[in-house]
Design a protein around this ligand. Sequence first.
Ligand SMILES: Nc1nc2c(ncn2[C@@H]2O[C@H](COP(=O)(O)OP(=O)(O)OP(=O)(O)O)[C@@H](O)[C@H]2O)c(=O)[nH]1
Ligand SMILES: [Mg+2]
Length: 305
Amino acid sequence: MTTRDVCILIPTLNEEDAIAGVIGEFRQMGFSDILVIDGNSRDRTRELAEGAGARVVVQSGHGKGQALKEAFDLIEAEYIVMIDGDGTYLPSEVGLLLDPVFAGKADHVTGNRFANLQEGALTRLNSAGNKLINFFFRLIYTVPLNDILTGYRAFSRLGVERLDLTMAGFEIETEMTVDSVKKGLVIAEVPITYRARTTGTKTKLNPFMDGARIIATIYRMAKTHNPLFYFGLMGFLFGMAGFILGLYVANEWFTTRTEHIPLTILTALLIIVGFQLFFLGILGDAVASMHREVLREIYRNRKER
Ligand SMILES: Nc1nc2c(ncn2[C@@H]2O[C@H](COP(=O)(O)OP(=O)(O)OP(=O)(O)O)[C@@H](O)[C@H]2O)c(=O)[nH]1
Ligand SMILES: [Mg+2]
């Protein structure tokens, strides 16, 4: 396994201040297969990337997710490293990410930015948002990862081929992590450094919009992985609404003997629907565990052959 088996994949959108430096460092370390997938930058990103020795492809659609998906289909290398083009990750740390895939110990390696977070790298809002999202992820998927949104990752061929990616925007990192967990790929997390952006480069991420989309993605993808959580949470909300309404109706009856017939019916309905959703969760959970067993068996057979 050498640098020749690796493709360095860099998504860019208006990164003229940082891109040449990132590519240059990888070239110096001996990586020659460098693919920049560009989102129609309006600055000199493409020209500078080519000048620095990368192959540049303009993505056909929009968003970081669409770009990475398109690029994955173009790459034939045995190993893929993806890294942002904004200079916030250190190319010199690529070995940390590649070691576990080279050793065959993992199919997907994520760089944990919180291990060495430099000053100004994440705004307080982004840091809190990241922590919340990671907490929410661990709660649903029960996998001890600390930085699921990291942009510095390495994949083995198997890892890339088994992932089914659909997200166009910044939900792509979430989808990569969650889908890997679902497919039972071995994920390894390694500590990395995260720097502040190079002066001049601008973030494309909207903390509120993208944060909400990411949380929605984590929850939505739980439907098949942790149905008890997915349906249980909905059931709990319905049940709670019914319970609170019920308290009100009962209180009215005991204190003033006022009857609220429609509200009483609504209370009963809410509680029944709540329980039904909860049972749907239990049923879903059984189906999901059986599905996982089948997948594991198929996977084992494939490896033995
Ligand atoms: N091809 C392509 N690249 C994109 C697009 N949007 C962002 N990128 C690149 O994806 C990488 C990550 O984007 P950033 O805006 O830095 O987002 P981030 O790293 O999650 O957020 P920050 O913490 O603010 O840096 C950068 O290299 C961007 O240039 C896009 O629509 N298409
Ligand atoms: Mg960035």
